[in-house]
Design a protein around this ligand. Structure first.
Ligand code: DC
Length: 217
């Protein structure tokens, strides 16, 4: 099976780009961030705090969780929009730092990678989940641009300002990069693509070119 690994920080445009690249290649698209968000939501609903490591590990291992295209299903319930709400976004870093949660989700992700060709996006795909991925992309953008994109994604209701968003994005980057279990770092053999100032079509074209070049080697 072929795995295209796309890692990068929050707001770099990974999901849009990964979805488009997957559709161009006829591969499955798997957003691993959505899996961490689903576990965070299930934990919040059960009143579990990030310090309850054993219960969280069990939850991540046993939870009836499915990612179908862009839909996130927990126990058959469509929580695709719910997992993008601010309370889940605020909480997800702390839950995703729990080693047992990571181990359970990495295990599920490897099983999915073995089933069919996939474009997998996340933070640790090229470093931990599939270190022998056929191609590894590290997609990034300036903090300012990432905040502007998040702002455009949000509804008008109680939307934070750009500077608030920049601060919360920077805080989440820092939390993800400094956690003890599988911190968010760039794989040394990843190709860095900076999407600042580029439109989606150009970034998708750049990635497809890189993937094509790698396949011809
Ligand atoms: O990409 P996202 O914002 O939906 O990710 C949500 C959180 O999950 C993010 O704070 C980091 C974490 N995450 C992770 O630790 N490892 C992954 N492979 C994907 C996401």
């Amino acid at each position: 099976m072929t795995v295209v690994a796309i890692d990068g920080p929050a707001g770099a445009g990974k999901s849009t780009v990964a979805r488009r690249v997957a559709s161009a290649l006829g591969y499955r698209h798997l957003d691993t961030g959505a899996m961490y968000r689903a576990v965070a939501l299930a934990a919040l609903e059960r009143g579990l705090g990030p310090e309850q490591a054993a219960s969280l590990e069990q939850l991540a291992a046993d939870l009836d969780l499915a990612i179908e295209g862009d839909r996130v299903l927990v126990e058959g319930r469509d929580v695709s929009a719910r997992v993008r709400q601010p309370d889940v976004t605020r909480a997800v870093s702390a839950y995703s730092a729990v080693p047992g949660v990571r181990a359970a989700l990495v295990h599920r992700q490897r099983e999915l990678a073995a089933q069919r060709d996939v474009v997998m996006e996340g933070r640790d795909i090229g470093t931990t989940v599939v270190p022998d991925a056929g191609i590894k992309i590290f997609l990034t953008a300036s903090i300012r641009e990432r905040a502007l994109r998040r702002l455009a994604d949000q509804g008008a209701d109680d939307a934070p300002t750009r500077s608030e968003l920049e601060a919360s994005i920077a805080a989440r980057d820092e939390a993800d990069a400094t956690r003890a279990a599988s911190p968010f770092v760039r794989a040394p053999d990843a190709v860095v693509v900076d999407s600042t100032g580029k439109d989606v079509d150009d970034v998708v074209a750049e990635l497809l070119l890189l993937i094509g070049e790698r396949e011809r080697r």
